[in-house]
Ligand binder design. Structure first.
Ligand code: HEC
Ligand code: HEC
Ligand code: HEC
Ligand code: HEC
Length: 370
């Protein structure tokens, strides 16, 4: 009897120990100077899940050039964007699209198999715009994506509808119910704002519209009345910040010194990257996702009738850099070739970050650590 009890206790103890060691252990990674409390905490189980979700499918070998083949424009009938590719590059990339976006249906997800030139499927028309978007990100948003860049895999990861897409949730009617006006807050079960009691759609204001993300006072006593930084605006700002931190799997202090959130000179270089990221997402939603929604069927629309949009989590998916910073450029350089000319949004050229009244060049901020 005693032997059985002791054996059982040892077995359970070992199992529990192993579980705690591998699943429950928290890893602390220092992300700033010692003594500044800049530490990111990771559960090893989360790290392992991240390794899995950041895996990249193996690329087909690149074919040797074959000058005997005709150019894409001669070989195919209806190529409007990828006409700077060779026929071999074109076919290889089509194979990759199937793996990245529609591994189950393959080519047929976008094509009528009897007529590959036809644009009858909406998915093909959307995919064409997505190719232009990817080239635009890789060429014109280096301030955010550096040379690492993105491919369709960065967002889609083998699904036609990538995770992390979102719809507007700002429904004025919703507030007029018996509970009174709750200003889109105090709603349980909202993942965007980390299940907090904060407003649950910070994304419409800040990642489509260009609402200023400034809430901290710059004077001891506000002389301006009414104070433009209302409590309502502060709440949506914090809701956005929780969304951003969650999308990257980091804490607030990955970007901020938490004793002074607004101060750029005490922020990390990552905050500057994030600043550009916010402008990039606004532009991608305005120029690509919102117009392309006209092509999408009604069942892809959100509860308020707007189309799907993207945000930080579309690419990052819980990782400080998408795909943990691994670039797919060496295998798919075609997606880094220049696309259509950049629209001047006035945001990033020259790349200055406005800090309250002062203008600090981003280069200066980049060089600064804590
Ligand atoms: C995610 C959508 C998508 C998938 C999956 C896809 N394609 Fe395409 N395909 C496109 C788009 C978009 C174009 C047009 C590109 C352009 O206009 O530059 C195209 C064009 C083509 C063309 C040129 C047809 C012509 O005459 O104009 C061929 C051939 C082709 N695809 C073959 C394939 C094959 C084979 C597969 C499967 C291995 C495949 N595609 C998978 C989106 C896709
Ligand atoms: C920055 C993220 C991002 C990248 C990169 C990206 N997509 Fe998309 N894609 C989206 C989002 C968001 C949607 C809308 C999904 C929805 O319907 O909710 C979408 C939709 C699509 C659809 C329509 C799917 C459907 O069933 O309705 C196709 C096809 C597609 N993308 C192809 C591509 C191809 C091909 C590439 C690479 C050239 C690409 N995408 C790159 C974010 C991205
Ligand atoms: C990935 C980087 C990043 C993370 C993580 C992050 N922030 Fe921010 N935060 C920014 C950027 C960038 C701005 C300025 C945005 C702009 O000007 O467009 C900002 C602005 C702010 C502001 C407004 C400052 C002002 O000027 O009034 C506050 C407050 C703030 N963040 C709090 C937080 C809190 C709280 C968290 C954690 C829940 C957090 N942030 C996480 C990047 C980040
Ligand atoms: C189109 C895909 C895409 C979207 C959308 C996106 N990012 Fe990124 N982000 C990247 C890539 C790629 C990198 C890696 C760049 C590099 O290698 O330096 C990156 C890097 C970063 C970094 C630097 C991390 C570090 O440790 O140096 C921060 C911070 C960041 N992103 C924040 C954001 C925030 C906040 C948003 C949403 C407002 C966002 N990103 C949206 C693709 C994206």
């Amino acid at each position: 009897m005693i032997r059985i009890v002791v054996t059982l206790a040892l077995l359970i103890g070992t199992a529990l120990g192993t579980y705690l060691h591998f699943a429950g252990r928290t890893v602390a990674v220092q992300s700033g100077y010692r003594g500044t409390g800049s530490v990111q905490m990771y559960k090893s189980a989360t790290l392992r899940a991240g390794e899995e979700s950041n895996a990249i499918p193996e690329a087909d070998p690149i074919d040797d050039p074959d000058p005997s083949l005709p150019p894409v424009s001669k070989k195919f009938k209806n190529v409007q964007v990828l006409n700077d590719l060779t026929v071999l590059e074109f076919s290889r990339l089509m194979g990759a699209f199937a793996t990245w976006v529609a591994p189950e249906d393959g080519c047929d997800y976008c094509h009528n198999p009897d007529n590959l030139a036809s644009d009858e499927k909406y998915t093909k028309r959307v995919a064409r715009r997505m190719i232009q978007m990817v080239r635009h990100i890789n060429n014109d948003w280096k301030a955010h994506v550096a040379d690492t860049g993105v491919t369709c895999w960065t967002c889609h990861r083998g699904r036609a509808v990538p995770t992390g897409d979102w719809y507007s949730r700002i429904d004025e009617q919703e507030d007029a119910r018996i509970l009174g006006n709750k200003h889109h807050a105090y709603t349980p079960g909202m993942t965007v704002n980390g299940n907090s009691a904060l407003p649950y759609d910070p994304l419409s204001s800040y990642l489509v519209n260009d609402v200023d993300i400034r809430v901290q006072g710059t004077q001891a006593l506000a002389e301006q009345f009414p104070n433009p930084n209302s409590i309502a605006k502060t709440k949506t700002t914090y809701s956005l910040m929780i969304y951003m931190a969650k999308s990257l799997g980091v804490n607030c202090n990955y970007c901020h010194s938490t004793r002074t959130f607004a101060n750029w000179t005490q922020s990390t270089p990552q905050r500057v990257t994030a600043w550009h990221g916010i402008r990039m997402v606004r532009e991608l939603n305005t120029d690509f996702l919102i117009p392309v929604a006209e092509q999408l069927p009604a069942y892809r629309m959100g509860p308020l009738g707007d189309g799907p949009k993207l945000a930080c989590a579309s690419c990052h998916k819980g990782s400080f850099k998408p795909l943990a910073g691994v670039s797919m450029k060496k295998d798919y350089e075609e997606l880094w070739r220049p696309g259509e000319p950049k629209r001047d949004t006035g945001y990033v050229s020259p790349p200055n970050v406005e800090v309250h009244n002062a203008v600090v060049p981003a280069e200066t901020l980049m060089k600064q650590t804590f």
